[in-house]
Design a protein around this ligand. Structure first.
Ligand code: C2E
Ligand code: CA
Ligand code: CA
Ligand code: CA
Length: 283
């Protein structure tokens, strides 16, 4: 600790220094990373809890950094949001995911055509070209709008006025599904579910944490039971994140959750792996 005078101390934190240096070098390399082809998309399966069938996948972006290796989105999305680069990056992820879903659908002969979920940053949500971009990407690929689900976080929508929600409503009118991501983590406002154009609630993995082993935490069971009943009463479907064990899958299915996502079913992986899963399902 370095004495600053008086009773104030500055605590030296080598980890914080290392993080700051990496952040600095990431920020420097971010412009142009898209053009250099350094990003790639992985897909994590979304599974129907009652039938075990693959319903689709969530697209999750990664940065293959030439010096630091593979960097997770939590580390560079905030930087890309600060610089506005999230707009071209988010558009690229959307294009990749929609094209990929179209390929899966073409090669798939099971009962349910696979769908794709794409995360949308609040910055993209407020960009004037968003609606046109989404319909252009769908038109170019030939993917049905119903096969695309855009995930927006609660915090991006809380406090948004009706004008700010217009683009989202127009996208929903195209037939695209909207999911409320990380539900229950921010400043939840249950009454906002009355007027948000969402059709899916994605429960944060905090809710399934207490169900990873038998017996489950009775309070977590009650909370999820209540959320599912509210969601279904409003005509929304419920997806749960962070399903890591068979105990969680069992509890969540019995509580009436519709879809599960997590390591128990599959980690985020290259698109070929999803293709294999989908083929296994169809046979
Ligand atoms: P998210 O949308 O909540 O995505 C779920 C995160 O949970 C992913 O982390 C996923 O790998 C992780 N996960 C999945 N299953 C499990 C599990 O069973 N246990 C645990 N502990 N974790 C699990 P990831 O890929 O690191 O992404 C982090 C966040 O980055 C995402 O959180 C999302 O908010 C953001 N993100 C990812 N891709 C994009 C993108 O293309 N655009 C935008 N705007 N944000 C993105
Ligand atoms: Ca998400
Ligand atoms: Ca989430
Ligand atoms: Ca999250």
């Amino acid at each position: 600790a370095k004495e600053l005078g008086g009773n104030r101390y500055e605590v030296a934190d080598p980890d914080a220094d290392a993080r700051a240096i990496t952040r600095h070098s990431l920020t420097n390399r971010l412009p142009g990373a898209l053009e250099r082809g350094e990003f790639f998309v992985e897909y994590q399966p979304l599974i129907g809890l009652s039938d075990g069938v693959v319903h689709g996948a969530e697209a999750l972006v990664r940065w293959g950094h030439p010096v630091h290796g593979v960097i997770g989105p939590d580390r560079f999305i905030p930087l890309a949001e600060n610089t506005g680069q999230i707009v071209p990056l988010g558009r690229w992820v959307l294009e990749q995911a929609v094209r990929q879903a179209e390929v899966w659908q073409r090669n798939h002969h099971g009962a349910r055509p696979p769908r794709v979920n794409v995360n949308l940053s609040p910055i993209q949500l407020h960009h004037p070209d968003l609606v046109a971009e989404v319909s252009r990407v769908l038109d170019d690929s030939g993917l049905a709008p119903e096969a695309l689900c855009l995930e927006v976080t609660e915090s991006a929508l809380i406090g948004a006025d009706q004008d700010a929600l217009k683009p989202l409503r127009r996208i929903a009118d195209l037939g695209v599904e909207i999911a409320l991501d990380d539900f229950g983590t921010g400043y939840s406002n249950l009454s906002s579910l009355r007027w948000l154009p969402v059709s899916v609630l994605k429960l944060d993995r905090a809710f399934s944490r207490g169900m990873s082993h038998h017996p489950a935490d009775p309070v977590d069971l009650k909370i999820v039971e209540g959320i599912v009943s509210l969601a279904h009463g409003l005509g929304l479907s419920v997806t749960v994140e962070g399903v890591e064990t068979s105990a969680q899958a069992d509890y969540l299915r019995d509580l009436g959750c519709d879809t599960g996502q997590g390591w128990y079913y599959g980690r985020p992986a290259p698109p070929e792996q999803m293709g294999t899963l989908l083929l296994a399902d169809a046979s």
